[in-house]
Design a binder for this molecule. Sequence first.
Ligand SMILES: *[C@@H]1O[C@H](CO)[C@@H](O)[C@H](O)[C@H]1NC(C)=O
Ligand SMILES: *[C@@H]1O[C@H](CO)[C@@H](O)[C@H](O)[C@H]1NC(C)=O
Ligand SMILES: *[C@@H]1O[C@H](CO)[C@@H](O)[C@H](O)[C@H]1NC(C)=O
Ligand SMILES: *[C@@H]1O[C@H](CO)[C@@H](O)[C@H](O)[C@H]1NC(C)=O
Ligand SMILES: *[C@@H]1O[C@H](CO)[C@@H](O)[C@H](O)[C@H]1NC(C)=O
Length: 434
Amino acid sequence: MLSTTTLLFVSSIFGLATALPAPTPWGSGWSNGSHQGNKPVSESGINVQLGPRPYYLINDMSESPLKDKLESCTEGPFSTSSFSISHRGAPLMFPEHSRQGYVAAARMGAGIIECDVSFTSDRELVCRHSNCDLQYTTNLLAHPDLAAKCSEPFVPYDPATGTPASAKCCTSDITLAEFKSLCAEMEATTFDAINTTEYSGRIGSTPDWRTNMYAYSCAETMSLKDQISLVGSMGLNFTAEAKTPEVPMPFQGNYTQEDFAQQIVDTFVEANIDPTRVWLQSFLPDDIYYWIANDPAFGEQAIYLDERADLTADGYTTAVASLPDIAARGVNIISPSIWMLVTADNATGKIVPSSYAIAAKAAGLEIITWSFERSGPLEIEGGGYYYESVANLIERDGDEFIVIDVVAREVGATKIFADWAATITYYANCFGLE
Ligand SMILES: *[C@@H]1O[C@H](CO)[C@@H](O)[C@H](O)[C@H]1NC(C)=O
Ligand SMILES: *[C@@H]1O[C@H](CO)[C@@H](O)[C@H](O)[C@H]1NC(C)=O
Ligand SMILES: *[C@@H]1O[C@H](CO)[C@@H](O)[C@H](O)[C@H]1NC(C)=O
Ligand SMILES: *[C@@H]1O[C@H](CO)[C@@H](O)[C@H](O)[C@H]1NC(C)=O
Ligand SMILES: *[C@@H]1O[C@H](CO)[C@@H](O)[C@H](O)[C@H]1NC(C)=O
């Protein structure tokens, strides 16, 4: 993915900026080939805007050649990059899997936008991170008629015992029309609700490093078909994850896991989307092998999401050992979480590729990882889950770019998921990753 031409091109713009004899009306340092007027032209046609966050992170970095390089790119140009994958839209700030979140990610240069796919009671496909998260990602509980359909009813927080509030409301409990009547909310984390209206029908509260700013007006929930229309209309590409069902399959007696996997493919085919524009994903290897066998054009770039290291004590070792076999079975792309790809070289104090990353490359697998910008402040517990293998080397927010850089240039990841696409787009544009 590293385009040497673009890298040289970008460097030369900045190298020559001060030597340009006559600045163009919109300022110096702009290449005539990548700008018309003051509008950077992406293949997508989107005038990409990255906002202040990448600059904040760069300013926060300790001095290093990487910081110098990133600082050399402050004035752009910025454009859509397929290195930058929008994870659930833009959930650092916008309700996940909402139209508003997807549009925000597109503006921030994500070349690929994710829909996590779940099914409704009338077997329509909708974008939701989990089959059964409607109680904390939408305002469903504020609708008494829909709340009555939840797999498990709302039980308020019990201050006497400290038992958290609970409910289990699944996409498969309601119809597509009912789903589309819901508003997407910020994902909540603490389940201390005493009644269902307390947090606009959602239980739990938004972490203080995110915001509810864009959740007060109803953020639009979307079907997969809506999402394909929207992302297609912006000229961008797609990634769709078959979310592991939390209801017994076959659902309603005869809707099998294979039917679900096939329906996702059929939806893209009906929308006339070329398979090279679609990256299907699943944590269930059988879904990947199903696509490889039955929909090879889609199977070709299906993403095997690998969380095995999180599931058992020897999961990491097992995962590393299995990579050649996975490749031999036709999988081309592997996608573990960030921590699995990096490790702390304590002798040098450097973050380096992990044995998993080395084994995946040796097996010829393309590597994609998830998810940056999901962790909250890195000062707190070294960034938590996503950074857990390098936590002792993480001190400040700006260290995020060090990890991104190791993942991109040393591990050789070809794409990165992020909850705030701007950060990854900035990096990709600066290093000429298209
Ligand atoms: C625009 O860039 C091209 C190379 O991409 C160059 O040949 C041409 O001279 C440039 N034109 C101006 C007006 O700078
Ligand atoms: C829900 O709880 C809030 C206080 O947290 C209270 O103000 C409100 O009246 C309660 N609503 C209902 C319907 O009980
Ligand atoms: C699946 O079962 C439903 C009843 O739950 C029935 O209406 C439908 O025809 C069945 N579909 C197939 C393909 O067997
Ligand atoms: C979308 O995918 C196609 C096929 O892989 C590629 O040619 C195109 O550049 C991609 N577009 C964007 C905006 O990333
Ligand atoms: C590096 O040191 C930290 C503690 O300082 C430790 O937790 C970690 O396991 C070490 N990493 C490796 C790869 O040895």
